[in-house]
Design a protein around this ligand. Structure first.
Ligand code: 1PR
Length: 552
């Protein structure tokens, strides 16, 4: 079996990349040190990176990889960079001005401009705009998964410069900015997107690179119309997330369950935990149905069990073998004391999940504690919260904040120090001002902190995305709380995922068109088999919204 070597400087989730390559029929080996003799004999090398540019390139340098990688490339053997692995080939990045890239491609990366109102990081599925012949089957009719705040943003002069040096380029547009999505010259090929997380379209790119082929696809008009999307209108598709609330039921089985306002027990006598299926099976089903992401929430994580036996680790390991879209895991991401008394920092807990195949971790209860400290400390972090430590090591894009808010009505804005607004849905008592109160431990305990304040603090501490649940709406099938989504969007510039209340495809349309939600999540309606993810996407297409289709 052919071996593919992966440079490992302990940056992010390499398991998914290994899984993708194994799935294609190749063996993988990690190269952790520049003195590894396999670096001399390797026939195909992948340079993957996530998170901070400086952290990644400094690690490459301090581990002595810089010259061996250059020698490898000079020898004519193929190398593929992914995400920060692409960025590292350039001269530098404004993310870490004191760190030097490998300097193989001219240019310096910069941050996306948030002043034009787009969410940063860019998280989601975008198209490529070919400027040259298409390398390794890159396809403008397909979508690839991007997650990054910095990019090689180019104008025509810089593009000409790249061309004059022999680089073939595919660009992508995010808002008004155009950046390098893929770049290729001779034996070096790199993508800003994550092909290992880009479904079948991404696997195809890796496969072509490993085989060294550049297939050319001709599209019929019928195919184009079947895709149903307006591909001249570049930009992110509407991201649909399937969410699995996981816990052990009364029989001791790990099941996907679903609550009504977070109560997951049947209303009938005995009140068993609702069992809607097995976590790995459902994750695979939703991947096949076209889910753009899958989220697992361990909803009883506050109950103690030995860390290494955390059942979600196995769930992730198995799911990540066949599900090639981003996986998020939440529940219990915090500093813990293991059953034998060992203290394990949240960073290590998160690391276990990343090594098992998670791309992002979501933090609920501990994010509330961190935000409370942030305000008590005069709007400053202390560098120790899980948000800060995980974001620093793995990048903001890997840290999602799961918010579990409840609506609270007041007579006027002076009744609470938390940000409130006038609602179009007053309560029966006629109160028409409201705010959203944060809860912890799955809604079991309420805090004085508002959800707006929580989101604002968490972004400042380094979070990259908000998963916005709503206890009042959870399991109601009555649609998202649209006012809540707008309220939280006004607090942050990071992406916000609308969650709780989706009961039919029309609710997703509302989420996307009546608010600025960056993604919409569904749970119960998918688990109960009322709708498939594809049906939601077909509906959105019929309403003129762009979605990703990955059934080629
Ligand atoms: O506090 O960091 O340990 O994380 C615990 C995690 O578990 C949090 O993300 C919290 O939201 C979640 N959680 C805890 N208890 C419950 C429960 O339901 N009893 N689930 C729970 C939260 C919300 C969504 C749900 C949507 C969509 N569930 O995940 O999927 O509301 O549902 P719908 O489309 O059917 O309406 P920590």
């Amino acid at each position: 079996m052919t071996v593919v070597h992966i440079i490992d400087v302990e940056s992010g989730n390499l398991q998914s990349l290994q899984n993708a390559i194994n799935h294609l029929g190749y063996e993988t080996r990690l190269i952790k040190s520049a003195s590894d003799p396999e670096l001399q004999t390797a026939e195909r090398i992948i340079l993957p990176g996530v998170g901070n540019f400086g952290h990644f390139v400094d690690n490459l340098t301090s581990r002595g990889f810089e010259q061996p990688i250059k020698d490898y490339i000079a020898s004519g053997r193929p190398l593929m960079g992914i995400c920060v692995g692409l960025q590292a080939l350039f001269d530098g990045s404004s993310e870490s001005p004191s760190s030097r890239g490998l300097g193989l491609i001219p240019g310096t990366l910069s941050k996306f401009d948030i002043s034009e109102g787009k969410s940063v990081p860019e998280i989601g599925w975008n198209t490529i705009i070919p400027q040259d012949d298409l390398s390794f089957g890159l396809d403008p009719y397909k979508r690839y998964y991007f997650v990054h705040s910095f990019a090689m943003i180019v104008d025509d002069v810089q593009l000409d410069d790249l061309h004059s040096k022999g680089w073939k380029v595919a660009l992508t547009r995010y808002g008004n900015e155009r950046f390098v999505a893929a770049i290729h010259k001779d034996n070096v090929f790199s993508t800003q997107f994550h092909p290992e997380k880009s479904g079948k379209a991404g696997l195809e790119i890796i496969d072509n690179f490993l085989k060294g082929i550049h297939p050319v696809t001709e599209y019929t008009d019928e195919q184009k119309s079947l895709l149903g999307n307006d591909y001249t209108n570049f930009g992110l598709t509407r991201r649909i997330i399937a969410c699995l609330d996981v816990r052990t039921n009364d029989q001791g089985d790990l099941v996907v369950t679903k609550g009504d306002q977070y109560d997951v027990r049947e209303k009938t006598e005995g009140g068993n935990v609702r069992n809607l299926g097995k976590p790995v099976e459902l994750a695979q089903r939703y991947y096949e149905q076209g889910a753009d992401e899958v989220t697992f929430l361990n909803i009883t994580s506050f109950r103690n069990c030995p860390l290494k036996d955390t059942p979600m680790l196995d769930v992730l390991r198995l799911a990540a073998k066949t599900v090639f879209v981003p996986l998020t895991v939440g529940g219990g991401i915090k500093d813990v004391v293991d059953v034998d008394g060992t203290k394990v920092p949240a960073l290590d807990v998160a690391g276990m999940y990343f090594r098992s195949g998670a791309d992002k971790v979501s933090i609920g209860t501990d994010a509330v504690f961190a935000a409370e400290k942030y305000y008590a400390n005069g709007e400053k972090g202390d560098g120790k919260s899980p948000i800060e430590t995980i974001s620093k090591a793995y990048g903001a894009q890997a840290v999602v904040i799961s918010v579990d808010p409840k609506r609270v009505y007041v007579n006027n804005r002076n009744e609470t120090p938390n940000k409130c607004f006038q609602t179009l849905s007053p309560n029966p008592e006629g109160q028409n001002w409201c705010w959203y109160q944060c809860t912890i431990k799955g809604g079991r305990e309420s805090r004085d902190l508002g959800a707006w304040e929580l989101a604002h603090a968490c972004e400042a501490l380094g979070a990259g995305e908000i998963l916005l649940n709503c206890i009042d709406k959870d399991g109601s099938n009555s649609g998202y709380d649209l006012e809540l989504i707008d309220h939280i969007k006004s607090a942050v510039s990071i992406p916000v995922i609308a969650s709780s209340g989706a009961g039919n495809p029309g609710h997703f349309e509302q989420g996307f068109t009546k608010t600025k939600a960056d993604a919409c999540l569904g749970a119960g309606m998918f688990h109960r088999g009322e709708y498939t993810v594809n049906q939601v996407k077909d509906y959105l297409i019929s309403k003129g919204l762009k979605v990703r289709i990955d059934n080629e």
